[in-house]
Design a protein around this ligand. Structure first.
Ligand code: CMC
Length: 429
């Protein structure tokens, strides 16, 4: 049986054979289908890319029906249990797990690039005291690129690699400094003896003690959360990263753009919405009434439930639930936990949710963990952005090295006016 698709154009009666590769057909193969020879040819119309693969990728695999997530072939469950975020970042970028020596060198390299140029502090000072941490992060990353003019040489491999290291390293410092500025605390500088998540906690929480010692349970929990959020194939912000990068601009500009996409409430903001929802429910006894409201279709959704891709338990949610308990044991339980557990219990048994395949997603418990860590809600999307930097960069690098890729330039179906003559102002009605 040939791997082709035969299309009959009923306008002309002509038949076309189009090759099928990896369960896809090439949209450009449709261009030969036309009624008149001077026509543009057939296109596909796919707003929001619901059924269009924009790249071939070897980085992250998701099977939404089975609830599978793998980075470079390694199941997320194994990585969350056995790996560290920096090792995962290496894996995403290099396609293979590092050897012991490679991991030591990589960790040393990232750790020794966490310091920010002091001039950036004047930029941070320019923000209003209550500026949102994501707005600050986006601007600071873009500004950071101006300190490294060589970053535009994206095809110089050593230069490219240096920017990748800088971005992964400095994103924690940018996030932490912005937070400290917002709460009026002096900046805490990176400590090279600490791990990546430990260093972040140091820069966020260090007070007057000469040396900050991260609580091991929090440090590990954060590392696992970073692993779970590192990549998720072609989501909105990753598509932005690839699209902006396809113009061959420097990676700082690309990461700033991708972070801007993540900032949106439909993307990185759901963990915050879960906390609002649980707070509004207020008590376990109000859960059944809330579920009824959701089922009545009164525009109320169970935040942290459902996913465009996963029609099964989000594998990340299972891991996060366990992490949540580890964190609560170390720092005390969130008062909202009991409400979350009851909500999940009822929803998983209820026909409405079962029929629609609505399961907890990654955001159902992550907000509770960040809250227990005493991070303000506005930092939640920042916590998502930090580890996603490695995923964005891996996808950007893959895009640059892919001979199939060109500058992103979607087509449109034009539905505006036909050609008409300019009307002088005095003649317009
Ligand atoms: N609560 C109640 N009903 C829901 C929910 C929900 N959370 N999600 C979907 N439904 C219903 C929806 O009303 C529809 O029902 P019906 O067929 O009767 O009209 C059906 O399920 C299918 O919903 P949909 O809107 O077509 O599904 P989608 O794939 O377009 O939406 C989603 C996916 C994540 C936007 C949606 O499930 C949702 O709004 N969830 C709550 C927000 C949330 O937790 N977002 C975090 C996503 S994970 C983070 C990330 O990876 O970025």
């Amino acid at each position: 049986m040939a791997d082709t698709l035969t299309i009959t154009d009923n306008r002309t009666g002509k038949k076309y054979d189009v090759a099928i590769t990896d369960e896809t057909i090439k949209a450009t193969d449709l261009r030969q289908i036309k009624v008149k020879s001077d026509e543009f040819g057939l296109m596909t119309y796919d707003p929001a890319f619901m059924n269009t693969a924009a790249c071939r990728s070897a980085i992250t695999f998701i099977d939404g029906d089975k609830g599978i997530l793998e980075y470079r072939g390694y199941p997320i469950e194994q990585l969350a249990e056995k790996s560290t975020y920096l090792e995962v970042a290496y894996l995403l970028l290099h396609a293979e797990l590092p050897t012991k020596e490679q991991l030591t060198a990589w960790t040393h390299e990232v750790t020794h690039h966490t310091i920010l140029n002091e001039n950036l502090k004047s930029l941070l000072d320019a923000f209003r005291y209550n500026a949102h941490p994501m707005g600050r992060l986006i601007s600071t990353v873009a500004a950071l690129g101006t300190f490294y003019p060589e970053a535009k040489d994206i095809f110089e491999l050593a230069t490219r690699r240096k920017q990748i290291v800088r971005l992964i390293a400095k994103i924690i410092t940018i996030a932490a400094f912005n937070y400290r500025h917002r709460i009026g605390m002096p900046y805490a500088y990176p400590d090279n003896d600490l791990s990546y998540p430990g260093n972040f906690l140091n820069m966020i929480f260090k007070m007057t003690e000469p040396r900050y010692k991260p609580e091991p349970a929090l440090e590990r929990a954060l590392d696992v959360l970073f692993i779970l959020h590192a990549d998720h194939e072609q989501n909105c912000s990753t598509s932005v990263m690839r699209s902006v990068g396809s113009s061959h601009v420097d990676p700082y500009s690309c990461v700033a753009a991708a972070a801007a996409a993540l900032y949106g409430p439909l993307h990185g903001g759901a963990n915050e919405a879960v906390i609002h929802m649980l707070t509004e429910i207020g008590s376990v006894k109000n859960v059944p009434a809330f579920i009824q409201k959701v089922k009545a279709g009164e525009g109320v959704r169970l935040m942290g439930f459902g996913h465009r891709v996963y029609k099964n338990y989000d594998p990340r949610a299972k891991i996060i639930k366990k992490v949540a308990y580890d964190v609560f044991e170390a720092v005390g339980k969130s008062p909202l936990l009991d409400i979350a557990i009851e909500l999940e219990r009822i929803a998983l048994e209820d026909d409405y949710f079962v029929k629609r395949k609505l399961y907890p997603n990654v955001d159902f418990y992550s907000g509770l963990i960040y809250q227990a860590m005493r991070l303000p809600m506005e930092m939640f999307t920042v916590m998502f952005a930090i580890p996603r930097v490695s995923g964005w960069l891996a996808q950007w690098q893959e895009m640059l090295e892919d001979p199939d890729q060109k500058i992103a330039r979607p087509r449109q179906v034009f539905i505006g006016s036909q050609k008409r003559d300019y009307i002088p102002l005095e003649k317009r009605k």
